[in-house]
Design a protein around this ligand. Structure first.
Ligand code: SAH
Ligand code: SF4
Ligand code: F3S
Length: 475
């Protein structure tokens, strides 16, 4: 594996040599989740080492990259709309067009591109994104590259360059893939089996970002609290030794949290997404004990109906979910929650939907990401017969949204006149004379302040609440 990365580093050098003095630019569009964004940061890292500088505008780009997502349907329309726009730019800038990400792990999508989109130069998969330098080298030398992307093996690559998009929060992927096969979800098919990075590689990266000045770490994975689960047998049998023997110290997600909590310079630790079924007591205790771990937990619900949860293959009941929330509230002072919810999955009745509303009323989430169920080819959900008509899905979605937003609006009022610790990100997009930052509970605060506060945690008094942000005053 190390050798494969070394090979690609040679290609990076060759491309950089060819690109020298040409003032070339790259533009990348990221369509997916935080893992997809983290992949884009690695792609950007490689592009920059190959001599491309970043532009936010495809019109100025010599290398266009689209990092796709396929978790919901609308992404396809968006992708092909964008690709159509790029076609016109291609001749003008002699642009290389490359498309990667989860959608490119779907065989039928690659076939479609091969057949109908001849002007796309490179197609790469999520498991082979490190080969992009070789692909670009080949295209520069007149050869088109459509990667053989269907293979989803279990390799974990280390040592790719990275160009981080956020200067306050550093994302660190701790595990790849997903083994849960929730019946609505395509991720396990495109991201392959679960595999975790070695603790020592994660700790090394965490120390590095701390040294670079990052204050917040976001640990990423589709199921972070099953970190090292796939490797456990091998670790126990001593087959997965690594030079430093650090599996002896870190062999679970809870222990990883504790280890990162010790790193100087880091002030906040977040993680996404944990799975309720794997939320063991050791993880709860680690969150409680680690002062840097935000007491703000993303706890995906998906549905509040035990019957639907079974059909969804989520492996917990409504009661178990609520008990977990109660346990955490008891153990972790001040804990608050965000969630993901799907409405209108196959077979969902009015009574099932009301169970979802019931859980929302009980937990009172700080934030909820709500989705209308979207059928994905190849998943069990797509084959179920009792699909819900679009109008009912939309009607339920709107009812859920109204409930969530009314709870958030009410809750927001309780922040007025409180003092919040805000990690300052930079000037506010809406008003550059103001600063913006986030609280532990991920609330966006806009306030008056000096540039010297950027990348620091400051106390801000909340004076005005809006749906998605607050106005504050520095005290
Ligand atoms: N692994 C994470 C998130 C995966 S995808 C988890 O289990 O929580 C992010 C969210 O997209 C999911 O939590 C789910 O709410 C939503 N989602 C996944 N598949 C979907 C589909 N087919 N239709 C609508 N929403 C979906
Ligand atoms: Fe999809 Fe479920 Fe895996 Fe999350 S846990 S990625 S929802 S299959
Ligand atoms: Fe993420 Fe979308 Fe892939 S949600 S893992 S980018 S399918």
């Amino acid at each position: 594996m190390r050798q494969e990365i070394e090979e690609q580093k040679e290609y990076i050098k060759k491309v950089a040599e060819e690109n020298k003095g040409k003032n070339l630019k790259y533009c990348i569009l990221t369509m997916g989740c935080q893992l997809n964004e983290n992949d884009s940061e690695k792609i950007s890292g490689m592009a920059e080492q190959m001599g491309y500088t970043r532009t936010e505008n495809f019109e100025d780009a010599n290398l266009a990259i689209i990092n796709t997502c396929c978790v919901r349907e609308n992404a396809e329309e968006r992708l092909f709309g964008k690709v159509g726009e790029l076609k016109n730019l291609k001749e003008k800038n002699n642009m290389i067009i490359s498309i990667g990400g989860c959608m490119m792990q779907e065989k039928q999508m690659v076939e479609k591109i091969k057949k109908s989109y001849h002007y796309i130069d490179i197609v790469f998969g999520t498991h082979t994104l490190h080969k992009l330098p070789e692909d670009i080298y080949e295209v520069l030398n007149g050869r088109k590259r459509i990667q053989d992307i269907i293979d989803i093996d279990g390799k974990v690559f280390e040592g790719l360059p990275i160009s981080r998009a956020n200067n306050v929060q550093a994302s660190i992927t701790i595990m790849y893939g997903c083994d849960n096969f929730c019946s609505y979800c395509i991720v396990p098919y495109v991201r392959g089996r679960e595999r975790s990075r070695k603790p020592k590689d994660i700790i090394k990266e965490a120390k590095q970002v701390a040294q670079q000045g990052y204050k917040e770490i976001m640990l990423l994975g589709q199921n972070v609290n099953s970190y090292l689960r796939s490797e456990m047998e091998e670790i126990k049998q001593g087959k997965l030794k690594d030079e430093d023997g650090d599996y002896a110290q870190i062999n679970s997600f809870a222990k990883l949290l504790r280890a990162i909590n010790e790193i100087d310079g880091i002030e906040r630790i977040r993680f996404v997404s944990p799975h309720p079924k794997d939320f063991t007591d050791d993880v709860i205790e680690a969150i409680r004990d680690c002062d840097k771990v935000c007491k703000f937990i993303h706890l995906p619900l998906q549905s509040g109906s035990t019957r639907m949860l079974k059909i969804m293959n989520r492996k917990y009941t409504k009661e178990q979910y609520l008990q977990l929330v109660e346990k955490m509230k008891k153990e972790i002072p001040g804990v608050k929650f965000s969630t993901d919810i799907i409405v209108g999955f196959a077979g969902e009745t009015e009574a099932d939907f009301e169970d979802t509303l019931d859980v929302v009323k009980k937990v009172k989430y700080e934030q909820a990401f709500m989705f209308i169920y979207s059928r994905r080819t190849g998943t069990p959900g797509d084959k179920m017969e009792n699909q819900i008509p679009e109008n009912i899905k939309h009607e339920r979605f709107n009812r859920l949204k109204t409930l969530v937003e009314s709870q958030i609006a009410k809750n927001n009022k309780s922040y007025i006149n409180t003092i919040q610790k805000v990690l300052v990100e930079g000037p506010s997009k809406g008003d550059s004379s103001m600063l913006t930052g986030r609280t532990e509970y991920n609330k966006v605060i806009v306030f008056n302040g000096q540039e010297s506060m950027i990348n620091k945690i400051v106390d801000v008094k909340i004076v005005e609440d809006h749906m998605w942000y607050f106005k504050g005053e520095i005290i």
